[in-house]
Design a protein around this ligand. Structure first.
Ligand code: LIP
Length: 272
């Protein structure tokens, strides 16, 4: 692990530990009742912005809880941009379910080149740099070789935009007939790390923000997994539908199910 990655792992762990150490947490909502933001989100994000931009002085910062979280037009493709979710799984955190992570991704030219995801309740830190492998707590990790019939599917049902819920439930029903089982864990960043270590095998979500998947996309690719969006490759400058799998055969199967189901749900507003 080189000095920069080691420093970022330390920063992500210090940030994630705040989920456990914060004793007074103010819980608010943004947009819908399902979309929480807490005082801990804001505290972690402030800490990450300070520490990450200090680690790479010329870098830019995009965090979920920024006033204007989208990538500002002033960011050029060559910029190094931190794409950060201070708490991924905020609803779990707000409800006292010990399943949320801090996710830190770094992109250059729109491509993830570094990813760190820390799950403080299990003290698990997943990390990768482009071209240098993926790890969990220092041990190399790799996707499974499970066929789809043994596949554990991680997914969600669009709780922030329930117009898309029928699409999501139909995708789940189709996958459930073939795959082994389904898990809805509530943090995309962590679920994609489960694929990276071979504990899960396929992933679908109708709409995610770049901070939900950027860090984990780097980790998953380095672990031998595949991740795409409706645009083909994932985009880090806009929200995406995300499909991911442990191998090409299972990704093609997943895409065939998703594409066929999307065609039956024009109300979801997803186009390829
Ligand atoms: C969450 C995702 C999760 C998704 C939720 C939400 P947040 O991110 O990680 O997979 O189903 O709707 O988007 O809002 O907790 O950072």
């Amino acid at each position: 692990m080189d000095d920069l990655l080691s420093r970022i792992v330390g920063i992500a762990k210090a940030a994630g530990r705040m989920m456990i150490t914060e004793k007074t947490v103010d819980i608010g909502n943004k947009g819908t009742k399902e979309n929480y933001v807490t005082s801990t989100d804001l505290k972690i994000q402030k800490f990450l912005r300070k520490e990450l931009t200090a680690a790479l002085p010329d870098s830019k910062f995009m965090g979920e809880e920024e006033d204007d979280p989208d990538v500002p037009d002033t960011y050029s493709a060559d910029d190094l941009i931190w794409i950060v979710d201070p708490i991924d799984g905020t609803a779990n955190y707000a409800h006292g379910i010990p399943m949320s992570v801090t996710a830190v991704g770094l992109v250059k030219g729109g491509e993830p080149i570094l990813g760190v995801v820390y799950q403080p309740y299990l003290d698990e830190v997943y990390y990768a740099e482009k071209g240098r492998g993926a790890f969990c707590n220092g041990a190399p990790i790799r996707v499974s070789d499970h066929p789809k019939e043994r596949g554990i599917v991680c997914t969600a049902w669009s709780c922030y935009n329930k117009v898309r819920a029928p699409l999501c439930f139909d995708v789940s029903q189709s996958l459930y007939r073939t795959c082994e089982d389904i898990r809805r864990i509530g943090t995309a960043a962590y679920e994609l790390c489960l694929l990276s270590k071979g504990a899960a095998d396929l992933y679908f979500e109708a709409n995610l923000a770049p901070w939900d998947y950027t860090a984990s996309a780097c980790i998953l690719k380095e672990a031998g997994g595949l991740i795409e969006s409706q645009y083909g490759s994932i985009r880090t400058d806009r929200q995406c539908m995300i499909v991911a799998a442990n191998n090409a055969e299972n990704l093609e199967y997943l895409k065939s199910v998703v594409h066929g189901t999307v065609a039956k749900h024009p109300e979801a507003g997803i186009t390829f």
